[in-house]
Design a protein around this ligand. Sequence first.
Ligand code: URA
Length: 439
Amino acid sequence: MRAVDLIRKKRDAAELSREEIEFLIAGVTRGHIPDYQIAAWLMAVVWRGMSSAELAALTEAMLHSGVVLDWPDLPAAKVDKHSTGGVGDKTSLVIAPVVAAAGLYVPMISGRGLGHTGGTLDKLESIPGFNVNLGLPEFRRVLEKCHCALIGQTPEIAPADKKLYALRDVTATVESPYLICASIMSKKMAEGIDALVLDVKTGDGAFMKKQSDAEYLAGLMVETGTRMGKKVVALITDMEQPLGRKVGNALEVEECIEILHGQGPKDLRELCDELAAWMFFLGKRTKTVDEGRKLAAEMITSGRARDTFREIIRLQGGDAAVVDDPARLPRAKHTARITARQSGYVTAIHCEQVGIASMTLGGGREKKEDSIDPGVGIVFEKKIGDKVEAGANLCTVHYNLDSRLPHAVDLLSRSFEIGEQPPPNSPLVRKIIGATETE
Ligand code: URA
C-alpha cells in the first residue's frame, strides 16, 4: 500500500477501506508516513468527508494506536464529560468533584486551550503546584483514592491523535466533524469509561457556529460511542456569550470555587447541574435525570463536592487551601474598565472576540510554545439581557502587560451590542441528542 494512492482516492471522493485507514494511522503512529502526506490526506478528508464505516475505522485505529485503560476493580461506573470548547467554559472543574463525591468514578483526560477557547488543563495549572502530568500509575492511584483524577493526554493515550492534532492545528484541518469526532472519541474511549456526556457548544464562541453543524457533530459522536458499547448523550448548549461571569484561567477556577460554595452565576450552576445529572443517570447512580439534578445540588449544598475538590488538588500536588481562600490564586496586577457608550439593554456579546481578547492578554496561546499568564482575564458585569446606563461598567479587564491592553480593550469594546429592547431569552440547553431522561 502507498500513502499517495490513498490520498488520491480520498481526493477523488472514494471510500477508503478499514485496512487502508489502519495503514495510514499505523504510519502516523510509527512515523513512517511523512507529515506532508498526512496533511494532504487530512485536507482531502476536510473536503470530501467520511462514510460511517470510514469514521468507525478511523476512531478505532486511533483508539488502538495506544493504551486503552480498564478498571476491573472499581466498584462503580466510570463516567466522563467532554466539551467541544467554549469561552468561560469551566464546568469540568465543578462537575468532576460533584460526580466523584456521589460515588461514581471520573477518570478525566482533558486538553489545553485551543484557538480562542480555554482548556481545562490550563485552568487547573493556575492552582499553585497542581500537576496535570501524572503518569498512568499515579492517575490510577488518585482515581482510586478520591474517585476522580484530572490529567492531560499521556504519551500512551491515543498517540495517533496527538500527532494528527498537532498537524491539523497548523494546516487548517481542525474544522472537520469527522476528524473532530475521531479525535475526541478515541481519547475518551481510551479512558475505559462506561458512559460519556458530551457538551457540544454552538454559537459565536464555539467552533460550530451553526446549531445544525453542532447537531451533526453530536450525532456522529453519539453514534460512534454507542457503536463502541458505551452510553453516550450529547447536550447542544449555548455559546453565544461567555459562560458565567469570568474568563481567564485563575479567574475561572475562582468562579468554580464560588459554585462549589453554593454561590456563583446562575447559568454556570445550571449547566453544571444539568451535565452532572446526565452523568449520574447514564452511570446508573440515579433512575432519572431529574433525580440526578437533585443529587448534584445535594453534593454542593452538603459541601461534599468541595471536600472532594480539595482532595483532588492535594493528591495532584496543588495548594488545596485555594478552595477556602481563592486569594491564593494568581492575580493580574492591573485592571481596566470597559464602559457602555449608550443606555439600553445588552443584546449581544461577540463571544469569539472575548476569547481572542483573553488570549491576547496572555490567557491563551497564539503559538504552541507560548506560555500562559494565569492571572489575566475578563470579569463581566453585564451579560445579554441586562439593562445598562451610559457610562456603566460592562466588564473589567485583568492584565499584567501594558502592551497587551489596547488590543484587548478594542476587541472587548466592540464585543458588546446595546439596543433599546431586551432580546428574547434563549435556553442554555438547546437540544439533547442520543437519550431520553428516563430509562
Ligand atoms: N477537541 C479535540 O480533542 N479534538 C478536536 O479535534 C477538537 C476539539
